[in-house]
Design a protein around this ligand. Structure first.
Ligand SMILES: Cc1cc2nc3c(=O)[nH]c(=O)nc-3n(C[C@H](O)[C@H](O)[C@H](O)COP(=O)(O)OP(=O)(O)OC[C@H]3O[C@@H](n4cnc5c(N)ncnc54)[C@H](O)[C@@H]3O)c2cc1C
Length: 279
């Protein structure tokens, strides 16, 4: 069985930073997608490390990984308490490896519409905001309007601005009395045509095969063809659910806690790499 000093699961900003700081060790960085970068690869907006887009920032981050074996298209299926892991690689199939230390850098998952107490079906046209961000920025997709976005955190604000710039009618629905997210993301809406409904939420979805409208808790019915759910992220710790916090494991980046800014993710990943090297 192949053995690594350090196995890093997840090749987003946290995993890449951990790998870069794990100097002098035999490191495997496993990433299920075909490219390193994680969430950065779907962020066309500026605001990473100054004024770079997420995509540009990812390009700067991935340089200098020469000390590391990077395995792309590789999903880590399970982690076992005997310090082995089962990997599945697109072309070469499954293999088991062993490791001395594990860094989990699997990021965060979006809370989907199915998890929310909203009546009605989940017809075509209901997406998470991050999924739509990926479709728009990576595949040139344009959502059918009108669009309703539920939740005005950072992802909701960024997507409201992106959709308004495409001249598609968009309404932002927020249950609190004021918009959420960071001030710099709220400013992205300045000068754009975005309707806002505060103190309200989506109570019911209408449409059997395709989305037709949503009913708000205020009683207003909004006709729409697309609903984006932007109600938050949850740390993705599926792989370690059965492990009881072993001393050979460290979490970093968004799977440890959701970070709004890239700098703290890089810092966290770097510290995890140093920990794994025993620095
Ligand atoms: C929509 C959005 C906008 C943001 N905008 C900004 C901004 O403008 N400025 C800023 O500074 N910060 C921003 N951030 C914050 C910051 O950029 C992110 O928090 C950070 O990039 C997250 O990095 P990560 O490595 O923790 O997670 P991710 O980037 O999510 O990486 C996790 C990686 O793990 C992989 N993975 C998961 N499970 C497995 C498995 N089982 N096997 C193999 N691989 C796996 C995934 O494919 C993914 O590549 C934003 C965040 C989001 C979500």
């Amino acid at each position: 069985m192949e053995h690594y000093d350090i196995l890093i699961v997840g090749g987003g900003a946290a995993g890449i930073s951990a790998a870069k700081s794990a100097k002098g060790k035999k490191v495997l960085l496993a990433e299920r997608e075909e490219k390193l970068g994680g969430i950065l690869l779907q962020c066309a907006h500026r605001g990473f490390g100054g004024d770079l887009s997420g995509m540009e920032y990812a390009a700067t981050l991935t340089a200098g990984l020469d000390n590391v074996k990077v395995s792309l298209n590789t999903t880590v299926l399970s982690i076992n308490c005997d310090k082995t892991a089962l990997l599945s690689q697109k072309d070469s199939g499954r293999r088991k490896i062993s490791f001395s230390r594990l860094i989990l850098a699997t990021g965060a998952m979006e809370i989907a519409a199915g998890a929310l107490p909203i009546a009605g079906d989940r017809p075509k046209g209901v997406y998470t905001a991050g999924m739509m961000q990926k479709l728009v920025n990576c595949q040139g997709f344009a959502p059918d309007g009108p669009v309703v976005i539920l939740g005005s955190g950072d992802i909701g604000l960024i997507m409201a601005a992106a959709i308004a710039k495409m001249d598609i009618p968009v309404t932002l629905v927020e249950k609190e009395a004021a918009l959420g997210g960071m001030a710099r993301n709220r400013r992205r809406l300045d000068g754009l045509s975005v309707d806002m409904v505060l103190n309200s939420t989506v109570a019911e979805i209408f449409g059997e095969r395709e989305l037709e409208a949503v009913l708000l808790s205020s009683g207003e019915k909004l006709p729409c063809k697309t609903l984006l759910v932007a109600v938050g992220l949850e740390c993705d710790r599926k792989l370690i659910r059965k492990l009881e916090n072993p001393e050979w494991l460290r979490l970093c980046g968004n799977c440890e806690r959701v970070h709004p800014m890239i700098e703290s993710v890089i810092n966290d990943g770097t510290q995890a790499g140093e920990w794994a090297c025993g620095i």
